[in-house]
Design a protein around this ligand. Structure first.
Ligand code: PLP
Length: 400
């Protein structure tokens, strides 16, 4: 042991960046192109349409920023709100925590509800706070749709319901970084005003692009929003994007990759993509339970179909599982972040993957868990997932 062989492929089961499909990688391996050429819009304008389709929105806009997802968080806040505005947020994992932190550092007055890490957005408490806010001081309500740190998916539609129930006018702001294009997200139907996604998760691209869906209502708010802003200003983007151009040098290779990634998503069909993630995730969960272990997510309604955070036994340090998987078996899982460090490891199951990918992840996790001192039965997780995948295989495939 200790020698790292370079033979075979390395395996990436982190919840982003995800594995990049070959056609997407090839599409990005092209010469640089002129981002001021008269035909540049032929590449970019269809990307905006494709993204709107992926966000399920026929109105409003989707902006593409050359940044990671965090940049789109900042763009959303600084374009639509005023310094000192009161906003309603909740914190139940590292990413919802970082969003709260950003809102505070930008100068919003954050009403933050802390929830157990493993639970989701507290819809009932949101409903209470909104109903009590009769003079409409709350200007925006924030929802982390999929908390990547804990593997928890929250109910965005229910938050829209809470807003509507009391006729509250606040903007609805959703972090869909690890949900959009992987699990069902409906910007228009759910009345979402600002929706954030990143290129490196369900969109199967390198990090470097963020996507921000913006409703007509949020666009209107951006015309009067009093935050100082420059790089992320919607107005500059709107002016340049009209003909498919950008206010600064855009990453054209990523755009070439995005074109193909969107084609792959739409060729499979968004609904089929969501079903695939659901089925694959269920296999992983069955594997985890067959080990006798638990998820960080406390209830089935919160189980995420893009990432599972697995609680290791008390006697085991999850950091050992991660280190062993990486050093001995050339496989990466997601680490436990902040208060979950050492307590969980995360299996990312989103993007370009299938049954066998997930079985590979489970097989490696079993070895690393045992090496780290966990008494999981060899093969138990893999067997449980295999049976689920066989039972639920498409008839066309079963017939072979
Ligand atoms: N929000 C969620 C739910 C995430 O999972 C991440 C990254 O993993 C972020 C926000 C931050 O995105 P980025 O790292 O692309 O800036």
């Amino acid at each position: 042991s200790g020698t790292m062989t370079k033979a075979g492929m390395t395996h990436l089961f982190i919840p982003g960046p995800t594995n990049i499909p070959e056609p997407v990688r090839r599409a990005m391996n092209v010469p640089m192109q002129d981002m001021r050429a008269s035909d540049f819009g032929e590449l970019t304008l269809p990307l905006f349409d494709g993204l709107k389709r992926a966000f399920k929105s026929s109105t409003g806009r989707v902006f593409i920023f050359p940044s990671s997802g965090t940049g789109a968080w900042e763009a959303g806040i600084t374009n639509t709100l005023d310094p000192g505005d009161r906003v309603l947020m909740s914190r139940f994992g590292q990413f919802s925590h970082l969003w709260v932190d950003m809102a505070e550092r930008l100068g919003l007055e954050v009403e933050c509800i802390d929830v157990d890490w493993g639970a989701g957005v507290p819809v009932d408490l949101y409903a209470e706070r909104l109903a009590a806010d009769r003079d409409g001081r709350i200007k925006a309500v924030f929802v982390t749709h999929n908390e990547t740190a804990t593997g928890v998916t929250s109910d965005v539609a229910a938050v829209r319901g809470a807003l509507d129930a009391c006729g509250h006018e606040a903007l609805l702001f959703v972090d869909g970084v690890s949900s959009i294009a992987s699990i069902d997200f409906r910007m228009e139907e759910w009345g979402v005003d600002l929706a954030v996604a990143g290129s490196q998760k369900g969109f199967m691209l390198p990090a470097g692009l963020s996507f921000l869906g913006v409703s007509e209502k949020a666009l209107a708010a951006s015309r009067t929003g009093r935050f100082r802003r420059c790089y992320f200003d919607f107005a500059d983007m709107l002016r340049m994007n009209a003909d498919g151009f950008f206010p600064y040098t855009p990453p054209t290779q990523l755009f070439q990759g995005l074109r193909v990634a969107l084609d792959l998503l739409f060729d499979e069909g968004l609904e089929a993509v969501f079903l695939r993630h659901g089925r694959l995730a269920e296999g992983v969960r069955r594997g985890v339970f067959a080990w006798g272990l638990d998820l960080c997510a406390q209830e089935p309604r919160w189980y995420s179909d893009t990432v599972s955070a697995v609680r290791v036994p008390e006697t085991v340090d999850a950091r050992d599982v991660l280190r062993i998987a990486y050093e001995r078996y050339r496989t990466s899982f997601g680490s436990g972040l902040s208060q979950l460090a050492g307590k969980v490891f995360r299996i990312g199951h989103l993007g370009d993957l299938n049954e066998v990918s997930c079985l590979t992840a489970l097989a490696c996790a079993e070895m690393a868990l045992r090496d780290a001192g966990a008494a999981v039965e060899p093969g138990a997780g893999v067997a449980a997932a295999q049976e689920w995948y066989r039972e639920t295989a498409e008839p066309r495939r079963q017939a072979v």
